[in-house]
Design a protein around this ligand. Structure first.
Ligand SMILES: Nc1ncnc2c1ncn2[C@@H]1O[C@H](COP(=O)(O)OP(=O)(O)O)[C@@H](O)[C@H]1O
Ligand SMILES: [Mg+2]
Length: 498
């Protein structure tokens, strides 16, 4: 396991689910942390600027009233007001200019613009609009707030007018143009930002640790599965994988265990096959050995006995040969259609030729062998393999028949498939054996089958050949009455065309 990880290249790290998970969690955490930082600082700034603006605005309004009270615009020499102006300017680290309604600067706390005329749209506007002209502007890049405050004198009008308008008349006498530094706000923000950065580093460490832990914990089941699969691969165990896991890994485990079961079944059946093969091949050899030995141990064996024994040995050799031939035929077939060599075949003629070969055996038992075809059938099939199917079915129908019985082969076709039925009037197959007859080496009656030269491989060969053609084979049987095998095969088979 460790070796696998050690040999990972940097490029491969990003392919790792764990690394991706870690990166996603970490980046999400860090980005939200950073956003929070920016949003909080930004709203602090807005809030601080607005508080500062209201505060200064209030002071300025009070100051404006004092200006009127001391008639400062006409005689700007009042010490009280000058002191008040300086104090305000000092307090907020800013500059206050008093401008009269002729746009002339009456007082500048910086003592620069005194006596000058200020022609600024905002000032003119403020003079015109009166109390509505209170304006503030925040210049973030230069770090100050600019405020315009009208200096308003209220004149009490005649009594009837008061009742008519309900308001004292306002006259704008001048404007206070003030700029206030926001340095303190910026300093506070810097301090806040630094502190936030420290906290952020801590949070980032926590997030990274958390992301690492989460990605490790969440993806641990996958490591466990890999380890379990490796154990099985290396042969330590063939136990199914278990473990408290997620739905997703559970699906993987279930699929893998199913695969494992299937492999085990295949392995078992292969082992059984090998042991069956050995047994089947051994039987004739044992017989031959006994026959040969008994000939060798006897002295002066009469010629007839010698001949009889040699005939038996010859039969056993034939048997061995048949088993080997059947095995070879079976081994050559797998269930895919890749191994087929397809040609256009006249199915009726093919069946006829197979039956012709079978006739002598049928005659021996006085069995009536007939072929009935409803139409001419030409199909694209593997001729050798399909003739094996017909031969095995007809051979069985004759072998497991009664004397004077009959075997009928029926052929028919539609536009897609052709159908073959092999109907016999034989002994039939017991119901519980029906599921097993296609198994290799399975015989209902072992001794009888052997007696008549069966290997138990005929139906396995026939079924494999049919499946290779993507067809189907079916059997119906009544004990003591007879058996019918039905084969359905496609007229056009997908395979290697010749
Ligand atoms: N037409 C049939 N009638 C009765 N039994 C049959 C028939 N065909 C097959 N069987 C049974 O199925 C078994 C398997 O058949 P098969 O695979 O051809 O092997 P075998 O070499 O014994 O013929 C036979 O041993 C026999 O018991
Ligand atoms: Mg057979």
């Amino acid at each position: 396991m460790n070796n696998i990880y050690n040999s990972l290249k940097v490029k491969d790290i990003f392919k790792s689910l764990k690394a991706r998970f870690f990166i996603i969690v970490a980046v999400t955490g860090l980005i939200s942390c950073l956003c929070m930082h920016l949003i909080i600082l930004d709203s602090y700034e807005d809030r601080a600027v607005s508080v500062r603006t209201t505060e200064v605005q209030t002071q300025l309004r009070i100051l404006a009233n004092h200006l009127i009270f001391y008639n400062y615009l006409q005689s700007p020499s009042s010490d009280v007001i000058n002191a008040e102006l300086d104090m305000l300017a000092n307090l907020y680290d800013g500059r206050v200019m008093v401008i009269n309604d002729d746009l002339k600067v009456v007082k500048d706390t910086y003592n620069i613009s005194q006596g000058k005329t200020i022609i600024s749209e905002e000032v003119v506007n403020c003079l015109k609009t009166g109390s509505k002209g209170t304006v503030s502007k925040y210049d973030q890049s230069n770090g100050y707030i600019e405020l315009l405050t009208p200096i308003i004198e209220t004149e009490v009008i005649e009594e009837q007018d008061v009742s008519e308008y309900g308001n004292p008349n306002e006259v704008v006498r001048g404007v206070l143009l003030t700029s206030v530094s926001t340095d303190t706000i910026e300093t506070t923000m810097e301090i806040l930002s630094n502190r936030a950065a420290t906290i952020e580093v801590l949070i980032a460490l926590v997030i990274i640790l958390f992301a690492a832990m989460v990605s490790y914990a969440l993806l641990k089941p996958f490591d466990r599965i890999t380890a379990a699969i490796n154990d099985i691969k290396e042969g330590y165990t063939d136990q199914p994988i278990v473990g408290p896991n997620y739905l997703e890994t559970d699906a993987i485990i279930r699929a893998f265990n199913a695969l494992l079961r299937r492999m085990k079944v295949l392995d078992d059946s292969r082992q059984e096959f090998v042991s069956n093969v050995s047994h089947e091949l051994k039987t004739p050899i044992t017989s031959m050995k006994i026959l040969a030995d008994s000939l060798l141990t006897q002295e002066d064996v009469p010629n007839e006995v010698y001949k009889e024994f040699m005939t038996d040995i010859s039969h056993e050799v034939d048997r061995e040969d048949k088993i080997i031939n059947d095995l070879l035929a079976l081994v050559k077939m797998d269930k895919t259609s890749a191994g087929l060599s397809i040609t256009s075949v006249d199915v009726v003629a093919l069946t006829e030729s197979v039956l012709k070969r079978m006739r002598p055996i049928a005659k021996k038992h006085n069995i009536d062998l007939t072929l009935e075809s409803k139409r001419a059938i030409t199909a694209e099939i593997d001729e050798v393999k399909i003739s094996l199917v017909i031969m095995n079915l007809v051979e069985n129908a004759i072998k497991y028949n009664k004397d004077n019985g009959s075997v009928k082969v029926e052929l028919d076709a539609d536009h897609q498939y052709f159908y073959m039925k092999v109907i016999d009037t034989g002994m039939g197959i017991p119901e519980d054996a029906l599921d097993h007859i296609y198994e290799r080496f399975y015989r209902v009656d072992k001794s009888r089958s052997r007696e008549i030269g069966g290997t138990g491989l005929g139906l396995a060969i026939a079924r494999n050949a049919v499946l290779m053609h993507r067809g189907s084979i079916d059997v119906k049987s009544t004990l003591g009455e007879g058996t019918t095998f039905s084969v359905k095969l496609p007229l056009f088979c997908v395979g290697v065309k010749q």
